[in-house]
Ligand binder design. Sequence first.
Ligand code: 5GP
Ligand code: MG
Length: 184
Amino acid sequence: MTPLPDHELIPLISHETINRRVAELGVEISSHYKSLLVPGETLLVIGVLNGAFVFMADLIRHLSVPLEVDFIRLSSYLDNRSSSSKVVMLKDLERNVQGRHVLIIEDIADCGLTLNWLLEFLKSRDPASLKLAVAINKKARRQFEVSLDYVAFEVDDGFLVGYGLDASRRYRELAGIYYLEEKK
Ligand code: 5GP
Ligand code: MG
């Protein structure tokens, strides 16, 4: 893998470690929904494009409850100097969430703006229940409250790539998670 010019990839979490942890989360999430879903009912799993697609593909294959998938695409913008923030929906869901048990899957919770917005947006559509699973919880820069129900990994700070996460559209295909650092 050739890194972007003047950058280097520093391994953080290996593919093996991710696999083990995602399998564990799958068991935990399944046991919650097994007691919640009535016969004939399905869980609605919502992936946040683009970054969540790899984690979502792995996680749903460890879920042992009947489910459907749908996707939403969001773009968020935060300017701390002017304290302005904005979330724009680039693609809406195709399924109706009203009365459904919904599990959101996101790659990373960073400042929390995107997930805070998404939780409010989905709550307003009246689901039967709403939970949130993230691959990475990056707490250091949290500014907006989000309650994370399932977290695969906790990371302090730094810019991460791989396992669905990109930098200038690169690196999503890397099986592990890496820090992308500027060369000193
Ligand atoms: P928020 O700051 O709203 O919690 O996160 C917004 C989005 O920023 C995330 O969904 C993710 O796509 C992106 N993001 C946050 N931290 C990182 C990171 O370390 N690496 C990459 N590639 N994207 C990130
Ligand atoms: Mg994202």
